[in-house]
Design a binder for this molecule. Structure first.
Ligand code: NAD
Ligand code: DAU
Length: 368
């Protein structure tokens, strides 16, 4: 493994990337990070507020700018790339797939080309390209199917998962053809601080606070394997430290739950928070909980997501045995921390929910 003193984190101003940057800086005082992020609607400088600017340089730029990436690798003597940058929301990939191909496929290829040029020139230098991917590339499971293992067939069903699958294949090809030292992690659904409120958990949480309908797609019985973002970030660090080049590791929470159960737990948490803290009723007067009513009353069944995958689940045995990976958070501890974070960080979520996001979400729900 290369000397990880300065690493390049793409998409480090997004949800998982920002949590990863914070975790790494806290864990190793000698490490510096260069964040490369295009600041799309999902990226936000405030996600990195408070990080030491001496140890975390922010570069506002696009991963498709190969020359920029080459310059950053050379100028900062970077030998490790952790690649998060992507378009990540399945619903957006249905309404507008082009950006997913541009960023997830062409953007990943641009990074691979830059890494190959800089790291493999001449006799080459020790290096690592870590690619952050998703369990969605494996498709959808039936109720009794075994969970996704690393050698499962790729069967992506949405433009998002197809674009991630294509990027996984490019990463694999650069290893086999050019001997670029790569690792890939395919992870299940994350939740936690700084998650943009278009994804299930923060969206439901904020709708409870505002007294807005909680839109359940289809029958609400689609199953996801939920993982706290800190545990995902720990898994990536383990893959960097112990992962074998060319290998893929699936990371999950062993925490499969149907969407209705997730929403039920969120509504119960918000109800309990209002009961325990009377100041919440004044802050969020339109929430049913402000009047002692259950937030569950906001549940609204809406038209299903086209092509909606029924079930994801991760077989974690390879990451456990080779990397020593195990999640630290249970869903109970992780969700309690997440609800507390969103209640304590109203300024953050009000700031990220700007006009463009609101317009998109209002259009999306109006036409369902
Ligand atoms: P996110 O949408 O919150 O953040 C993506 C970040 O990438 C943003 O900061 C955005 O500005 C940046 N970005 C987008 N296009 C860019 C470009 N062309 N150049 C530079 N930066 C660009 O995403 P996330 O949820 O943090 O996901 C991060 C990665 O993890 C993605 O690759 C995603 O596929 C993968 N993943 C996510 C989950 C999940 O549950 N969120 C689970 C498994 C894997
Ligand atoms: O599995 C990993 C993937 O998890 C990541 O690769 C993606 O980047 C990430 O967005 C996530 O994809 P999902 O589509 O599973 O997450 P999302 O939060 O959009 O939806 C979770 C489930 O909840 C899914 O079954 C759809 C449903 N849902 C979602 C929203 C936003 C609803 O029922 N209502 C909603 O309003």
């Amino acid at each position: 493994m290369s000397d990880p003193r300065t690493i390049l984190v793409t998409g480090g101003a997004g949800f998982i990337g920002a949590n990863f940057v914070r975790q790494r800086l806290a864990a190793d005082a000698n490490e510096s990070i260069v964040v490369l992020d295009a600041l799309t609607y999902a990226g936000n400088r405030t996600n990195l507020a408070g990080v030491d600017p001496e140890r975390c340089i922010f570069v506002h730029g696009d991963i498709r700018d190969t020359a920029l990436v080459e310059r950053l690798l050379r100028e900062h003597a970077i030998r490790t790339i952790v690649h998060f940058a992507a378009e990540s929301h399945v619903d957006r990939s249905i309404t507008g797939p082009d950006a997913f191909i541009d960023t997830n496929v062409n953007g990943t290829h641009s990074l691979l080309k830059a890494a190959r040029t800089v790291w493999l020139a001449g006799t080459g230098v020790p290096h690592r390209f870590h690619h952050v991917s998703t369990d969605e590339v494996y498709g959808s499971l039936g109720p009794n199917d075994p969970p996704f293992a690393e050698n499962n067939q790729y069967q992506p069903n949405s433009p998002y998962s197809a674009s991630k699958a294509a990027s996984d294949h490019l990463v694999r090809a650069y290893h086999h053809t050019f001997h670029l030292e790569v690792t890939t992690t395919n992870c299940s659904n994350n939740y936690g601080p700084f998650q943009f409120p278009e994804k299930l958990i923060p969206l439901m949480l904020l709708h409870c606070l505002h007294g807005k309908p909680l839109p359940i797609y289809g029958d609400g019985m689609n199953v996801r394997d939920w993982l706290h973002v800190d545990d995902h970030c720990r898994g990536i660090t383990l893959a960097l430290d112990k992962g074998r080049p060319g290998e893929v590791y699936n990371i999950g929470g062993e925490n499969e739950r149907p969407n209705l159960e997730i929403v039920q737990r969120i509504t119960a948490s918000i109800d309990a928070a209002f009961a325990a803290d009377p100041s919440l009723a004044a802050r969020f007067p339109t929430s049913p909980a402000a009047n002692g009513n259950p937030c569950w009353s906001l549940v609204t069944y809406v038209k299903d997501r086209p092509g909606h995958d029924r079930r994801y689940a991760i077989d974690p045995r390879k990451a456990q045995s080779e990397l020593g990976y195990r999640p630290h958070e249970t869903f109970e501890t992780g969700l309690a921390k997440t609800v507390a974070w969103y209640l304590a960080n109203e300024r953050w979520w009000r700031a990220v929910m700007d006009g463009s996001y609101r317009q998109w979400i209002e259009h999306n729900y109006a036409t369902r």
